[in-house]
Write a protein that binds this ligand. Structure first.
Ligand code: SAH
Length: 230
């Protein structure tokens, strides 16, 4: 069975977005993954099709109603064991490890928040896993869902063509990746490091490892701490 994503959103027209183009789009055409959307508003029962209401306790903005959202989630997860995710700045920061886990499953159900967010009771009652894509606030969960799916789809078997290239990326080995170069050999007086054109594969591997360690030490010492189990 191929990977299937179901997106719950008030803006289904934002999908598949960029995932309909390039490698992800071609993989979708080949049937290697599929995406469907559910319009949350279709699960309202009142005449005005209301999806949000004012926050209990007062304050700015609006909150997505739990009853409407729960009906949409229940519809999506009928006879379905896919993980139910909620894009949320309060969620666990997304990592390549979690991306890998999700990409090896049947798919995902993703709820995209809007306004101030969603009623806490639906998060608890439907066991939503909150996922954050970083410490900043977007206006809605849709771009976050597209980013999560981009990361998942590119490592699905057969999508990238050269499956090996995925294994050497930043984060995969716990380090940032080494720098890259390509022709011309000299550009604006800058030369490609000689070792890379030496043909000495052992020396190249050693240089790449040193560079990866140097960059990680300079930019992301937190990753090194994690590697060393601190
Ligand atoms: N009031 C909320 C932010 C709401 S932003 C708070 O302060 O926590 C509106 C919606 O955008 C959220 O419900 C969520 O679905 C999405 N969103 C915003 N920032 C995000 C982030 N960093 N990661 C994932 N989703 C995000």
């Amino acid at each position: 069975m191929s990977f299937r994503a179901t997106i719950l959103t008030l803006y289904p027209e934002m999908f598949p977005g960029h995932l309909g183009t390039s490698l992800a789009g071609k993989a979708m055409e080949r049937g290697q993954w599929a995406l469907d959307t559910l319009q949350i508003r279709d699960f309202t029962t009142d005449k005005h099709r209301t999806v949000d209401d004012t926050p209990a306790g007062g304050g700015a903005g609006m909150v997505l109603k739990p009853d409407v959202l729960a009906r949409a989630i229940d519809h999506a997860s009928e006879n379905d064991n896919r993980p139910r995710l909620l894009m949320s700045p309060r969620g666990k920061p997304l990592t390549q490890k979690r991306v890998r886990e999700l990409s090896s499953g049947d798919g995902v159900i993703i709820v995209c928040g809007r306004f101030e967010g969603v009623d806490q009771r639906v998060i608890d009652g439907r066991n939503l896993e909150e996922v954050s894509i970083g410490d900043y606030i977007l206006s809605g969960g849709e771009p976050a869902a597209l980013i999560l799916l981009d990361a998942i789809v590119r490592i699905l078997p057969g999508v990238m063509g050269n499956d090996l290239s995925g294994l050497h990326e930043s984060f995969e080995g716990g380090l940032l990746e080494h720098p890259h170069y390509t022709r011309p050999q000299i550009w604006e007086d800058r030369e490609i490091p000689a070792v890379l054109t030496s043909g000495n594969h052992a020396a190249i591997a050693k240089w790449q490892k040193e560079q990866a360690e140097r960059l990680t030490r300079e930019r992301r010492p937190d990753l090194l701490d994690k590697l060393q189990g601190n």
